[in-house]
Design a protein around this ligand. Structure first.
Ligand code: SF4
Length: 317
């Protein structure tokens, strides 16, 4: 069968580098901004890479490799860096409304190992460092994020900017099982601390919260407290979303590491990738309680960037 669209582009992408089992490619892209469905907290997303080397067992974005006619397991071993990301962004920003929020790293991690070499995320941030008036967020599991603190400071002066570190658990052994190639939880907490000390608005996201694995009140409480102590201002949290492509990796993982949980998961996700309302409400109440205990906010912290305040000052003079 002839490959079409993104599958054809992927099959023709030049190889940038291959190390261990991981191969890196460069893939052309028509646009760098992707519009989200309505009701999302942001209107546009930017993902500088396709595929993610961190290889989290629960990763929902594996389906994006299925578009390229690849196995969900290739998601962590065949990484595609998007070509001309910064150049495309400059052109596309000129066409969209500044009031629409933009999030970087919603499908794949913008600070996965590929970023050390290919710097596609940094090229995106360099564009925003020269812009003003945007609402921008970035989310990652990597302490590599601190490399770009210089750019975050520039961006936050003239745009509303916030960074989020995903930390699913403080248990190092469990994190290694769930997220085999992602930085250890304490490195991520340390990144929260460094971002906060640099004056960047930062939060922690314990997503996805996994039934019977990371949804216990005590574990979430410990995580929220450690996040607050490190300087986090927000603490999100929602249950695991498990599409069939993600189930293909997650269920065999459960079978090997948590066999007693597999029947429950099969039942929970038999009809939908989303969990039922009862569980969602229970979990939402638990997270709300914990957040309140530590004075953490649920979402974006709105603030007036320095440059906006200066401009307002001039207007009133
Ligand atoms: S870091 Fe995010 S994108 Fe990467 S494998 Fe884990 S869940 Fe998927």
């Amino acid at each position: 069968m002839a490959l079409v669209g993104i599958a054809r582009l992927a099959s023709q992408s030049p190889l940038l580098e291959a190390k261990r089992a991981v191969q890196y490619f460069e893939i052309p892209t028509r646009s760098i901004l992707n519009k989200t469905k309505p009701n999302m907290p942001f209107r546009w997303t930017i993902n500088p890479y396709r595929g993610c080397e961190f290889g989290c067992k629960y990763c929902y974005a594996r389906y994006t490799h299925e578009f390229m006619e690849m196995d969900p397991n290739d998601f962590e071993d065949r990484i595609y860096a998007k070509a001309a990301a910064g150049h495309l962004l400059r052109q596309e920003l000129a066409k969209i409304d500044r009031r629409d929020a933009i999030a970087i790293g919603t499908a794949t991690d913008p600070y996965q190992p590929a970023e050390r070499r290919f710097e596609r995320t940094r090229s995106i941030l360099e564009v925003f460092a020269k812009e003003r008036g945007w609402h921008l967020g970035i989310i990652t599991k990597s302490d590599l994020i601190v490399r770009d603190i210089d750019l975050f400071k520039e961006i936050a002066r003239a745009n509303v900017f916030h960074a989020t570190l995903t930390i699913t658990t403080l248990d190092v052994k469990l994190a290694r099982l769930l997220e085999p190639r992602a930085p250890r939880p304490e490195l991520r907490l340390d990144a929260v601390r460094k971002l906060s000390e640099a004056g960047i608005v930062v939060g922690v996201n314990p997503n996805p919260i996994m039934p019977g694995i990371t949804d216990g009140e005590r574990g979430l409480d410990r995580l929220a407290k450690a996040s607050r102590d490190a300087g986090a201002m927000t603490f999100g949290g929602g249950p695991l979303f498990l599409m069939p492509s993600a189930q293909k990796v997650f269920f065999p993982f459960l079978e090997s590491e948590f066999p007693e949980l597999l029947p429950r998961y099969r039942e929970l996700y038999a009809r939908s990738a989303y969990l039922g309302r009862d569980y969602k409400e229970l979990l939402a109440a638990r997270v709300r309680r914990i957040r309140d205990r530590y004075g953490l906010a649920s979402g974006v912290i709105e603030y007036k960037p320095e440059v906006w305040v200066e401009e307002q000052g001039e207007l009133f003079e």
